[in-house]
Design a protein around this ligand. Structure first.
Ligand SMILES: [Zn+2]
Length: 290
């Protein structure tokens, strides 16, 4: 199984199992960064193997700040994932992005504060580009597949996702400020996954589902957990209908520049990289220092 599962799906709030797919295996992986959020389920979708991992763990045990994102991305890379699709619930900061709509964002603002969102560090210094934080190719492929096959589903693209630390929702002043900054949707997880997937040279795209209008929109109820979950539950059928169609139609072997995202990122001389760092990160960068 290791090295052969090319497609990964990370499920967010409300999506803890890929219940429309046939389970082939469940893998408990130890990584140099600890255990992932949960066991990774390998499912068969239209004859393709897919690694499914619930971001918050089954039963929703990890808050956004404490999701073991480095372990999650390392484990998915270890299994062979090249194309990674995140699914998440988001708040809308724009009137036209309505609850039940889907948004595939193309830009990110990282407003998190307490997370270590890099595989680089002392001993191995590296800087990857986040100019286009999501894989544009994968995102357009997903958009095209949905438009062609699932005409009743509304998907917006070209939007900006702001990631806040949480776990609290924003204040009204923050919500207005994020709108002024140009953010269109708000959530607590995308920045970490996008940054780490880029460093791991995995194509990453996010399908986010609007569940509320945060708290900026007068005349609309302020966001609550109850609201998020009720919209997630209403829309889970659409997500489970969408995923198999996307997986069936995406080309997981398509070459992409994401695969070489770290080619010119590493600053540290080969002879200065400590052995333990090399060992931890060999699955990503061995090709660059061997
Ligand atoms: Zn890509």
């Amino acid at each position: 199984m290791v090295g052969t599962v090319k497609i990964g799906v990370i499920g967010g709030s409300g999506l803890y199992n890929f219940s429309s797919a046939k389970v082939i295996d469940e893998i408990d992986i130890d990584t140099p960064f600890g255990k992932p959020s949960d066991k990774i389920t390998i499912v068969d979708v239209e004859g393709k193997k897919v690694a499914f991992l619930p971001r918050h763990g089954r039963g929703h045990v990890y808050p956004p700040t404490h999701i073991p994102m480095k372990a999650n991305i390392w484990a998915l890379k270890y299994l062979g994932v090249k194309k990674l699709i995140g699914v998440s619930a988001v708040g809308s900061l724009r009137e036209e992005l309505k609850p039940m709509d889907f948004v595939i964002p193309s830009q990110l603002i990282d407003f998190t504060r307490w997370r270590e969102l890099t595989f680089f560090g002392v001993g191995l210094v590296g800087h990857v580009s986040m100019a286009d934080p999501f894989c544009n190719e994968l995102s357009s492929e997903i958009k095209r597949i949905i438009d062609e096959n699932l005409k009743d589903i509304t998907v917006h693209t070209g939007k900006t996702y702001i990631t806040i630390e949480g776990p609290q929702f924003s204040s009204r002043a923050e919500s207005h400020m994020f709108r002024q900054w140009g953010a269109d949707i708000i959530g607590m997880t995308a920045a970490g996954e996008a940054k780490l997937a880029r460093e791991a040279e995995i194509c990453y795209s996010l399908i986010s589902m609007v569940t509320d209008y945060d708290c900026w929109y007068e005349g609309h109820e302020d966001v609550t957990v109850e609201m998020v979950l009720s919209y997630m539950n209403k829309n889970i059928g659409n997500i489970l209908r969408m995923l198999p169609v996307i997986i069936k139609n995406i080309d997981e072997d398509r070459k992409c520049s994401c695969e070489e995202a770290a080619k010119f990122a590493i600053m540290t001389s080969k002879d200065k990289i400590p052995q333990d760092v090399k060992k931890k990160l060999a699955i990503f960068y061995e090709k660059y220092w061997s």
